[in-house]
Design a protein around this ligand. Structure first.
Ligand SMILES: *Cc1c(COP(=O)(O)O)cnc(C)c1O
Length: 293
């Protein structure tokens, strides 16, 4: 039910003044609305919700969440109702931003909650309560990461990727995407994650999903935290877009590419290393020129 809506994924070679080889796998082009890694993360979740005969999907996110945008569209496409638990009760009285307006127009019921209530999003009792409030609902965690998401993300790596690359890079939020990449990677390959967030809890999250050890995550390029930016990051994104005609955004893919270029410049990779950078999409809510919440 999902695969037929996917566009064939293309690779883009990036010319570098360096002796490593870099290609970008353009998951941002896999679907115009269910972009990037979210397509793979949602796939089996929606399939299982349908198989279980449930009528709606419920999930969690901030006001600019790519996951909320993708879920609203995917649920709409597959005839499921969707409920978004959105962080920030004050938003209920304000005009909707483009992400939320689009989600609502696709039929998503937006349920704004306080930051305190939002913190309960993994609490078993709270989830039970949501099940009562919204019956016949399949609940997907914030960011979409669960076992079914990791299963879907294993399909990002193709047979030829196993042969053609030594290193696979991706942006990391909740760790679901990188876990799928690690699971499907070859043991001769290294999976390198660039965290969009501050803190070391991600290593543990990832170990929950994979026992393999051919990976690492760096926080060195998170620019101080989630959705934080720096003038260097923004300048890098602008010049990258100009030179290579690949759009990036500053929350995930911009930080990954910024970090990757820095590592390449500092000779982190040996000569001849073949690198595949996963473009995970996320272009629906570019926070640049907006004051972020
Ligand atoms: C959600 C998102 C990520 C993070 O994926 P995780 O599976 O949560 O680590 C990375 N890049 C983009 C563009 C995203 O929208």
């Amino acid at each position: 039910m999902f695969d037929h809506i996917a566009q064939p994924v293309s690779y883009q070679h990036i010319e570098l003044p360096s002796l490593v080889h870099l290609d970008i796998k353009r998951l941002d082009l896999v679907h115009p609305q269910i972009s990037g890694n979210k397509f793979f993360k949602l796939k089996y979740n929606l399939l299982v919700a349908k198989q279980q005969g449930l009528s709606s999907i419920l999930t969690f996110g901030g006001a600019y969440s790519n996951h909320i945008a993708a879920t609203a569209y995917a649920a709409h496409l597959f005839g499921l109702r969707s409920i978004g638990i959105i962080r920030g009760e004050e938003l209920a009285d304000k005009p909707l931003n483009p992400t939320l307006a689009k989600a609502q127009s696709l039929g998503m019921h937006l349920h704004f909650v306080s930051r305190n209530e939002y913190r309960l999003r993994e609490d078993a009792n709270y989830l039970q309560q949501l099940h009562h409030q919204f019956p016949e609902t399949f609940i997907i965690p914030e960011g979409g990461t669960n076992e079914l998401a990791v299963q879907g993300c294993q399909e990002i790596i193709s047979q030829s990727d196993l042969q053609n690359y030594d290193v696979i890079c991706c942006a990391v939020g909740t760790g679901g995407t990188i876990s799928g990449l690690i699971e499907s990677s070859g043991l001769h390959q290294k999976v390198l994650g660039f965290s969009a967030l501050k803190g070391n809890f991600l290593q543990q999250e990832i170990r929950q999903w994979t026992k393999k050890q051919n990976w690492s995550v760096t926080h060195a390029y998170c620019c101080g935290g989630y959705a934080k930016t720096s003038p260097e990051l923004l300048a890098f994104i602008e010049s990258f877009e100009e030179q290579h005609a690949v759009p990036l955004e500053p929350i995930y893919t911009g930080k990954m590419m910024f970090g990757l270029f820095d590592l390449i410049k500092n000779n982190y990779f040996s000569e001849g290393t073949r690198i595949l950078a996963i473009h995970s999409g996320g272009l629906q809510a570019d926070i640049r020129n907006k004051s972020h919440q």
